[in-house]
Structure formats: structure tokens, C-alpha cells
Write a protein that binds this ligand. Structure first.
Ligand code: DQA
Length: 166
């Protein structure tokens, strides 16, 4: 079964109350519940973790080498500062999707540069919490395509949507 690690960076534990005009009112627990529900629908496994500590995120990325097929990460402020997180992602070389709740390119200049984008297969910025769900879908499609090409063990998931005429 496909296994994906979802990482949330610093201050995202405060979602729901933090700068609501930018990040909305959805809490991180609610986002994680939506991620878990989507993963169940897609028949994949996800682990969601949050840390305010750069080194902890680096360690989790390193550990993902064994047992995970891909990573979804919102590095939050570390997006714009962390060579260490970029290097960890490059080192493990798992397909990675970078997610931002807000559109970082519409905000302050210092948010326009991402150290992560250069080592990510894709970036979603500005969809709010839905970005994580879109990332799951996109990453799964990518992994299945890669699996089909390489014969890897990422098997086609059982689709639970019923066809109208079935
Ligand atoms: C963020 C954008 C970052 O610039 C900011 O530091 C965050 C959250 C987002 O999800 O929009 O903490 O990653």
C-alpha cells in the first residue's frame, strides 16, 4: 500500500486562531482529519506530524527513507530559510509536494523565494486546506505512474466511487 508522510512546519499548530484573515479558521486537527479521510477514500496510508523545530523535521524526512513512498510538506517559515530541510529532501529523494495554505507569491517579497521548490516535484500555494488533499491526489497519481513504469510495488488503489450505471 502507498504510504505518504505529511509534515507541517512551525506555527501551523496555531491554525484556527493564527492570522485568520490569511490562514482562515480551520484548525490543524481539522486539516489532519480531512487528510485522513481523503487517504482512506484513496486507499492509501498517511502519517501527519507537526513540529516547530527545524532539526526534528529534518530527522523525520531522513526517517521517511524507509517505509514511505512520498512526502507532502508545508515547511511554513522554513520554506524561506532552510537549506537543511532542502538538503534532507534532496538526500532522501522521495517525490515531494510542497504545500502552502496562502498564495506566497501574493504576499511579502521575502516569501516569494522557496528553498524547497527546487527539490519538490510540485508546489501548491493558495488553495487553503484543500491544497493538502489535492497534493495527496497528485502525489498518488505520480507514484502509480512511476510504479507502472518501474514495476514497483505501489499497487493500484481500490476506487470507492460508484459508477452511476454500474
Ligand atoms: C505558509 C506560508 C509561509 O510563508 C508562512 O511562514 C507560514 C505558512 C502557508 O501555508 O501559507 O507559516 O507556509
Amino acid at each position: 500500500m502507498v504510504r505518504i508522510l505529511v509534515l507541517h512546519g512551525p506555527n501551523l499548530n496555531l491554525l484556527g486562531t493564527r492570522e485568520q484573515s490569511i490562514y482562515g479558521t480551520t484548525t490543524l486537527d481539522e486539516i489532519d482529519a480531512a487528510i485522513a479521510q481523503t487517504a482512506e477514500n484513496l486507499n492509501i496510508e498517511v502519517d501527519t506530524r507537526q513540529s516547530n523545530v527545524e532539526g526534528e523535521l529534518v530527522t523525520w524526512i531522513q526517517e521517511a527513507r524507509t517505509g514511505y513512498h512520498g512526502i507532502i510538506i508545508n515547511p511554513a517559515a522554513y520554506t524561506h530559510t532552510s537549506v537543511a530541510i532542502r538538503d534532507a529532501l534532496a538526500a532522501v529523494a522521495l517525490p515531494t509536494v510542497e504545500v502552502h495554505l496562502s498564495n506566497i507569491y501574493q504576499r511579502e517579497e521575502f516569501r516569494h523565494h522557496s528553498y524547497i521548490a527546487g527539490v519538490a516535484m510540485a508546489q501548491l500555494s493558495g488553495f487553503g486546506p484543500a491544497g493538502y488533499l489535492l497534493a495527496l491526489q497528485g502525489l498518488l497519481e505520480h507514484l502509480l505512474e512511476q510504479g507502472a513504469k518501474t514495476g514497483a510495488a505501489t499497487s493500484k488503489p481500490v476506487r470507492r466511487t460508484r459508477r452511476r450505471n454500474a
